[in-house]
Design a protein around this ligand. Structure first.
Ligand SMILES: Nc1ncnc2c1ncn2[C@@H]1O[C@H](COP(=O)(O)OP(=O)(O)OP(=O)(O)O)[C@@H](O)[C@H]1O
Ligand SMILES: [Mg+2]
Length: 225
């Protein structure tokens, strides 16, 4: 049976994709699932160290997955196309990267692919990370910070996904360290406007075990696609 494969993306950078993906990986492994968690394109790699990829691979118990043939590492903390314009080597063409990810999808029940930044981050002159998700034919797990402004970002991301025929496995509202008024109503608004989209909440917590147990509840929602 082919594994369940998900593309973990969201509405921006630094919103908790890696923290969430690590927690989901731990939750799935504690149920006995074989997990691979990869970051095929990572920028901001100081001295070539891909911190996100290393964290994901360690969580999955497959350190070798941090660096696989065909993956792209950039030095500047920029979108790949921005780094290319600064003179860095471009990422591989999307079909080639998709093949590299396919090769990393064996031997697992669940494959989690973390994008870089948000869904529509420019990959090259004509593509964004949404095109990578299309090439992978992979449903999205869309993360958004649960705060004022999230509704616009959610609407834009949902519209972009629908326009490309991308399935949304779940929309995950990630708590912020301090909740604002919108944090109470965002989920209600999204539920009413997008009843077909499954919503989940992920806590802000310094406790990795707490995050993994929250991710375990989300796993049921996410795997039921
Ligand atoms: N749920 C959370 N609970 C506590 N801290 C969090 C949580 N999510 C994110 N953080 C904090 O925010 C930082 C950025 O999160 P993370 O690296 O997961 O973002 P990202 O979306 O993967 O970013 P990038 O776009 O660079 O890949 C983390 O190093 C951590 O300190
Ligand atoms: Mg990350």
């Amino acid at each position: 049976m082919s594994p369940t494969r998900l593309f973990v993306t969201g509405t921006g950078t630094g919103i908790g994709k890696t923290v969430f993906t690590v927690a989901l990986t731990q939750a799935a492994r504690s149920r006995g699932l074989r997990v691979r968690a990869v970051k095929p394109v990572e920028t901001g790699c100081l001295g070539g160290r891909a911190e996100d990829a290393l964290a994901l691979a360690a969580a999955a118990g497959r350190p070798e997955d941090a660096e696989l043939p065909g993956f792209h590492r950039g030095e500047r903390p920029l979108a790949p196309f921005a780094a290319t314009l600064e003179g860095e080597p471009p990422p591989p063409p999307i079909p080639a990267l998709a093949r590299a990810i396919d090769a990393a999808s064996d031997d697992a029940d669940l494959v989690l692919v973390e994008g870089a930044g948000g869904l529509l981050v420019p990959y090259d002159e004509t593509h964004t990370f949404a095109d990578l998700a299309v090439a992978l034919a992979t449903p999205l797990v869309l993360l958004l910070p649960n705060e004022l402004g999230a509704l616009h970002h959610a609407e834009a991301a949902i519209e972009a996904a629908k326009a490309r025929g991308l399935q949304i496995a779940a929309l995950v509202l990630v708590a912020r360290p301090a909740a604002d008024l919108a944090a109470e109503s965002n989920a209600r608004v999204l539920e009413r406007r997008h009843p077909a989209v499954r919503l989940a909440a992920f806590p802000w917590s310094e406790d990795a075990a707490h995050r993994a147990s929250a991710a375990s509840r989300l796993l049921d929602i996410i795997l039921d696609t």
